[in-house]
Write a protein that binds this ligand. Structure first.
Ligand SMILES: [Fe+2]
Length: 332
C-alpha cells in the first residue's frame, strides 16, 4: 500500500456518471478504469479530485457567489438566521463559532442538514429537528442552494457506486440500509482575508479550520479558485496542498467509509490554513449514511482483511449530535 503520495490524483468520472444507473455498469470497460483509479486513490491516500462530475460549472460558481454575497451583509442581517440549539443547529454561525480540537476556527458559516421532522428519529434526531434557515438576501439564495443540494446528492450516490465496486463489493453496497435514506449536511463557509499585520503574526494555531476527519461517507469541496488554503494529510503524515482546480471537486473519504471497508480505505485528515488577504468561500457538501442506522464493516471487506472486524460499529446520528453539541458555540 502506498503511503507518501505528494500530489492529489485527478479522476475523470464521466463514465461512472453516465453509466451508474445501468444494470451492466460493472461490465463497462470505461467504468472499470474509473473504478481502478478510485481504488488506487482511496487505498493510497483517501483523497482525490473528480472532474466530469456532471454538476454544471455555472451552478458550482453560483453556489459560491450567493454564499459570498450573504457573508457581505451586515451582522444584523446575518443574525436574522442565527444558528442555535432551538433552530436544530441550522443557520448562521459567527466567526469563531466553530471549534475544532477545542480551538475556535477563523471562519463564518451557514450550516444546513437534511430536514429532520419532529419525532422522525426519536431522541437521536431531537437536536437536529427543524427546517433549514435560509436568508432572504440574496433573493435567489434558496433556489441556488436547493438546486446545488440535489445535484450533489446525486453525485454522492453515483460516486459511492464506484467506491463499492472499487472495494470489490456489489454496486449497491452503500445503498439500502446503509445510505438508502441518504443523510446530507452542507456547510457554506467564509474565511475572511487577513490584513498584513495579521498575516505577520499568524501562527499554526491561527488557522481557518483545525485538522480533523469528517464523519460520513464522502465530502465534496467547492472552493474559491485562486486561493490555496485546504490541505490534506498523506499516510506519511505530510500535509499536501489541495490547490483549487477549476471544474473539479476535492473529494475526501470520511469515517463511515473507513468503518464499512474495515480499514481498507482510511478517512482523510484535512485542515484549512488561511493566510490570504482575500476572502475565501468553501461550499462543503457531506454525503452521509442513513441517520439512525448502526454501521459496521461490510462482510465482504472483513473477508478481504483476515476475517476479523477491526472497526467498531457507529451511528452517524450520534456522531453528528456530538459535533453539534461539542463543536458549535451557540451563545455568541
Ligand atoms: Fe472537514
Amino acid at each position: 500500500m502506498g503511503s507518501d503520495v505528494k500530489s492529489i490524483p485527478i479522476i475523470d468520472i464521466t463514465p461512472l456518471m453516465e453509466k451508474s444507473d445501468d444494470p451492466k455498469m460493472a461490465e463497462d470497460g470505461r467504468v472499470r478504469e474509473v473504478v481502478r483509479q478510485l481504488d488506487e486513490a482511496c487505498k493510497e491516500a483517501g483523497f482525490f479530485y473528480v472532474k466530469g462530475h456532471g454538476v454544471p460549472d455555472s451552478l458550482v460558481k453560483e453556489a459560491r457567489e450567493v454564499t459570498r454575497k450573504f457573508f457581505d451583509l451586515s451582522d444584523e442581517e446575518k443574525h436574522k438566521i442565527k444558528l442555535s440549539s432551538t433552530t436544530g443547529y441550522r443557520g448562521y454561525q459567527v466567526i469563531g463559532g466553530n471549534l475544532t480540537a477545542g480551538n475556535p476556527d477563523f471562519h463564518e458559516a451557514i450550516n444546513s442538514y437534511k430536514e429532520v421532522k419532529p419525532g422522525e428519529y426519536g431522541s437521536l434526531g431531537g437536536p437536529l429537528e427543524g427546517p433549514n434557515l435560509w436568508p432572504d438576501n440574496p433573493s435567489n439564495f434558496k433556489y441556488v442552494i436547493d438546486k446545488y443540494t440535489w445535484q450533489m446528492k446525486e453525485l454522492g450516490r453515483k460516486l459511492m457506486r464506484g467506491v463499492a465496486l472499487a472495494l470489490g463489493g456489489p454496486v449497491e453496497a452503500f445503498e439500502g440500509d446503509i445510505a438508502g435514506n441518504d443523510f446530507w449536511m452542507m456547510r457554506l463557509i467564509g474565511y475572511p482575508g487577513l490584513s498584513d499585520s495579521q498575516r505577520a503574526e499568524i501562527k499554526l494555531t491561527d488557522i481557518g479550520c483545525g485538522a480533523h476527519t469528517d464523519d460520513g461517507l464522502v465530502t465534496f469541496i467547492n472552493q474559491t479558485e485562486d486561493i490555496q488554503a485546504l490541505q490534506v494529510k498523506n499516510r506519511s503524515g505530510n500535509w499536501i496542498n489541495a490547490t483549487p482546480i477549476p471544474g473539479t471537486f476535492v473529494c475526501l473519504l470520511a469515517e463511515m467509509v473507513k468503518i464499512l471497508s474495515n480499514g481498507i480505505y482510511e478517512a482523510t485528515m484535512h485542515r484549512v490554513f488561511t493566510s490570504s488577504s482575500k476572502y475565501r468561500v468553501s461550499v462543503a457538501f457531506f454525503y452521509e449514511t442513513t441517520f439512525d442506522k448502526r454501521i459496521g464493516p461490510f462482510d465482504f471487506c472483513v473477508q478481504k482483511t483476515g476475517g476479523v472486524a477491526k472497526c467498531e460499529v457507529a451511528v452517524y446520528g450520534n456522531l453528528l449530535a456530538e459535533y453539534v453539541a461539542g463543536h458549535l458555540i451557540t451563545d455568541k
